[in-house]
Design a protein around this ligand. Structure first.
Ligand code: ADE
Length: 249
């Protein structure tokens, strides 16, 4: 997969991309990530990328010319095609399913906004998708773009050391992942649950699944409602006082 990030603050994104799993995935050829400075395509003495809002209003708006020019040039840098995504709080909500959807693409282009937002023609005639990472406003799309990159890259085959660890992540089965333990078996008097030390892998799997169900019921009952549960699991949850049919309604 190739990922292009367009931003007015390239150094804000380069640092995090050169660490840990994303860095390793890039080094091993699982993903190629290129960062581009939108200002390189801005014209005039001051290379302005923003301007006043027509009709008045606070703050500045990102100008269409540099964003269109940068995006069109970047798209042509590779023959692979894919969505052109604006990072914006008015986009559709980014979540695990969207990460899986994007991981299927050969290429994604992420455009980071700054100031009060983009000129509307960028939304209407350049972007093919818009993503928000949550209902809060950040000062720019750089951190959201990094969130998208990390979540998507985790899903690419070969990105993680252990082949199936992304499939065990919270949300991968529609449930939250229950707490995990490592050595020592006792720390300050707090013990690792005995089941986990038993070595009975099948029983441990069942025990973990029930822990996942309970944690999800406690913290995110809305997820339980749409999770795939067996009849036995529904019965077990009912015994614990949880009715999946009523959660999140
Ligand atoms: N830019 C500013 N806030 C944002 C958000 N919540 N999601 C995506 N892009 C943004």
């Amino acid at each position: 997969m190739r990922i292009d990030i367009l931003t007015l603050f390239p150094e804000m994104v380069r640092g995090p991309l050169s660490e840990s799993i994303v860095k390793r995935a890039a080094e091993s050829g699982v993903v190629e990530i290129q960062v581009h400075d939108i200002r390189d395509w801005a014209e005039g003495k001051h290379r302005a990328a923003d301007d006043y809002t027509y009709g008045g209003g606070p703050g500045m708006v990102m100008k269409p010319e540099p964003v269109f020019a940068a995006t069109e040039a970047v798209v042509e840098m590779s023959t692979e095609r894919g969505p052109i995504i604006l990072m914006t709080p008015i986009g559709r909500r980014f979540d695990h399913d969207v990460a899986l959807e994007l991981a299927e693409e050969e290429r994604i282009v992420l455009i980071c906004g700054r100031y009060e937002g983009f000129d509307a023609r960028i939304h209407d005639h350049l972007a093919t998708d818009e993503l928000s990472i949550g209902d809060y406003v950040l000062s720019g799309g750089e951190l959201p773009a990094l969130v998208v990159v990390e979540a998507v890259v985790r899903q690419l085959p070969g990105a993680l050391g252990c082949a199936d660890s992304a499939t065990e992540d919270s949300f991968a089965h529609g449930l939250l992942e229950a707490p995990q333990y490592t050595r020592p078996p006792e720390y300050r008097g707090w013990e690792v649950p005995e089941m986990l030390l038993s070595g009975h892998h099948q029983e441990i799997d069942g025990w973990r699944r029930r822990r996942n169900l309970l944690l999800t019921a406690q913290r995110r009952p809305d997820l339980l409602w749409s999770a795939e549960l067996s009849d036995d699991e529904r019965k077990w949850l009912a015994e614990q006082g949880v009715d999946p049919a009523e959660s999140g309604q």
